[in-house]
Design a protein around this ligand. Sequence first.
Ligand code: PAF
Length: 288
Amino acid sequence: MRVVRSVAELQAWSDRIRCEGRRVALVPTMGALHQGHLSLVEVAAQRADRVVVSIFVNPTQFGPGEDFEIYPRDLEGDCEKLRRSPCDLVFAPPVDEMYPGGAATWVDVDGLTEGLCGRDRPGHFRGVTTVVSRLLHAAKPHVAVFGEKDYQQLAVLRRMARDLLMDVQIVGAPIVREPDGLAMSSRNENLSRDERLQARALFAALGEARRLVAAGELRAPALIDAVRRRIGKEPLARIEYVELVHADSLQPVAEMLDRALLAVAVRFERTRLIDNTLLEAPRCSAPC
Ligand code: PAF
C-alpha cells in the first residue's frame, strides 16, 4: 500500500491505472478510521480494481467554534488499519496541497444544502462539495463511495456530480453501528463515558419511530415527538433537529406517503452526532 502526499503523484498513479484499463475507486475520509470507513473500502473494492482512500481533515467544512482543532487525527493508526484492507493507495495531503494559494473557487449546491445540517452549519456543505470535487480531480476515480450516515452529504454530492456532468459514480454504503446501535463516527472518540452511554438514545429513538410506523402512525409531528421525548430523557443531550423529510428532495413532509427520511442531530457538549433511518409506510394488504 502506497502513501502519497502530492496531487501530481496521485494523478500520475491514477492515469497509469486507467491506461491499463482498470477501474479506480475513491473513498474520501477525514481519518480516525473505524469499521464504518473500512466497510466503505470493501464496497469500493467490489466496484473497482484499485482503491484510493483519502485522509484529509478539511478545514473549509468546519465553521468557527466547531471541532476542527479537536477532530481526532491518527495517520499512522489509519495506515495500519488500511494495510489490512483492500486499500491500494492512501492519499494524505497537507492543507496547501489541497488548497494551493487558498480557496478562490467554490462549489455550491443549492436547495438540498439548506435544511437539516445545512441550517445549523452554514457553509459546511460548500466546504464538503469543494473539497470532494478537488479530491475527484486528484484521484480521477470511476466510483466514489460515501456512508449513508451522512445521508444529506450523499444526496448533495450526487446532485453535484450530476449537475457538473462529472464522469464518476457516487455510491452510498449502509450505516455501520456499534453493538449497542450507536452509528460509528470518528467523533464518538470525543464523547465522555456518560455521553457515550447517553448517545445510545439516538438509535433507540429511531427504533421507536420505526415501531410506530409499523403500527400505522404516519404523521410527522407524532413521529418527531416520540423521537424528541426519547432523546430528551438524556440529560447531556441537546437536540439540534429531529426532522421527517422526503427521501429525495429532503423537504419536510407532514405525513409519510411512501419513503421518508427521519434524521436527527444531537449535541453532547462539543460533540455533534447525527443519525438517520429511512422509513417506509406499511403497504395496505386489503384493498384500500
Ligand atoms: O464525510 C466525511 O468524512 C467528509 O465530509 C468528506 C466527505 C471526507 C469530505 O471532507
